[in-house]
Design a protein around this ligand. Structure first.
Ligand SMILES: Nc1ncnc2c1ncn2[C@@H]1O[C@H](COP(=O)(O)OP(=O)(O)OP(=O)(O)O)[C@@H](O)[C@H]1O
Ligand SMILES: [Mg+2]
Length: 365
């Protein structure tokens, strides 16, 4: 068991060193050399080994992660483990001995990437070295024990052809979307949780011109663009002392000063909505993003609400005007039978009596 004090220092150090490309083993060795420099070399080596074993082993989860078919892993307290394979969720036989063992595993997942959870900050997001996305909530917020969700990074992000092959897009849709991206229309992909928004966003980027300078902004860098002239930015939660937070909004504001030809935002879900609308109305057209919503009309309302909340005091009319002028296309996704992900509707943003509205341009027959 890694002493709490040492673990805390490991987390702090990883926060800095992981982004510098320093390996976990090197960080641990540095930590041990600093803390126990008086011990002999072999004894320090043994401590390094112990810490590594305690830090990276994922216990019962190893078995599930070894199965490449597992796309999503959900743990709701130590004895409820669920996995998703090919779009289907089932309960797994795997379980943890106790909530404490689950907590230890969670710390082993978070520590190497410089994140942690405790009573003061009981929620955390992290991205693993392989690109998988992790979310953790612990008690008292999670009532029945620690909740861990892992969205597996599937090495293949399907391109537009792949999405036509799997039925997500039709031939007609592919042409429609290719033209829209090439014509620099600003596009929002909408849909529910896990409906395939990020995957489609990634595929849309295939039609961005090879000479364009692209800046991507995400909470966890999930996008894999084929272009080479790409700057990837990732937001950062506050540190243990509550400092150093960098939001999507901060990154977007900065990105505008980086001479981008295209801005791709993983998801609009906060105050960045207002800055995005401003950007879209001041010459930064062709932006691509996603938004969590139940329909195109709902997506529009959601962006409007987010922008209104960010711009307290701004007239409602002004925001609607910016929406109508700035956002061009809404592409809506939903889960279909047997785990399929489908584009179900495409709508245009138009001026309407209420200031702004949507007009269907395509619907799945
Ligand atoms: N077109 C597709 N066909 C089949 N499966 C897909 C498709 N797109 C995504 N998936 C599956 O759904 C999972 C979620 O995809 P994705 O991350 O794109 O969804 P999302 O809507 O962005 O999710 P979230 O709401 O969590 O951001 C993926 O891990 C993959 O397994
Ligand atoms: Mg997503």
């Amino acid at each position: 068991m890694l002493a709490a004090e040492l673990r805390l220092r490991l987390v702090e150090r990883r926060r800095a060193e992981a982004s510098e490309g320093v390996g976990l083993e090197a960080t641990v060795r540095g930590l041990v050399d600093d803390a126990a420099g008086v011990l002999s070399g072999p004894r320090r080596e043994r401590i390094v080994d112990l810490i590594l074993r305690d830090t990276v082993g994922l216990g019962p989860l190893e078995e599930l992660l070894a199965d490449r078919a597992v796309e999503e892993l959900m743990v709701n307290g130590h004895d409820h483990v669920y996995v998703e394979r090919r779009g289907r969720i089932e309960r797994s036989d795997v379980r943890f001995e106790s909530d404490q063992q689950l907590r230890d595993t969670i710390e082993r997942i978070l520590a190497p990437v410089g994140r942690r959870v405790d009573e003061l900050s009981p929620m955390a997001d992290a991205r693993l070295a392989d690109g998988s996305r992790v979310n953790v909530v612990i008690p008292p917020l999670a009532v029945d024990g620690p909740a861990l969700s892992v969205r597996r990074f599937t090495a293949s992000r399907p391109d537009p052809d792949g999405l036509v092959a799997s039925g997500t897009l039709t031939e007609e849709l592919r042409t429609l979307l290719a033209d829209a991206v090439a014509a620099r229309r600003s596009i929002l992909v909408s849909g529910g949780t896990g409906s395939g928004k990020t995957t489609l966003l990634n595929a849309l980027s295939a039609w961005i011109g090879p000479d364009e300078r692209v800046v991507t902004i995400e909470d966890a860098a999930e996008l894999r663009l084929r272009q080479t002239h790409v700057v990837r930015l990732e937001s950062r939660p506050p540190s243990v002392e509550g400092r150093g937070e960098v939001t999507i909004r901060d990154l977007l504001r900065n990105a505008l000063r980086m001479r981008p030809d295209r801005i791709v935002i993983g998801e609009v879900r906060g105050a960045e909505a207002l800055d995005l609308l401003t950007a879209l109305n001041t010459g930064h057209d062709g932006a691509l993003s996603t938004v969590h919503a139940n329909s195109p009309a709902d997506a529009l309302r959601r962006v409007e609400t987010l922008a209104l909340m960010a711009g307290i005091g701004l007239p409602h009319e002004a925001i609607r005007e910016q929406l109508a002028r700035g956002v061009d296309l809404l592409v809506h996704m939903a889960r279909g039978e047997g785990g399929a992900r489908l584009v179900t509707e495409v709508a245009e943003v138009v001026r309407a009596a209420a200031g702004v509205g949507v007009r269907e341009v395509w619907r799945r027959g």
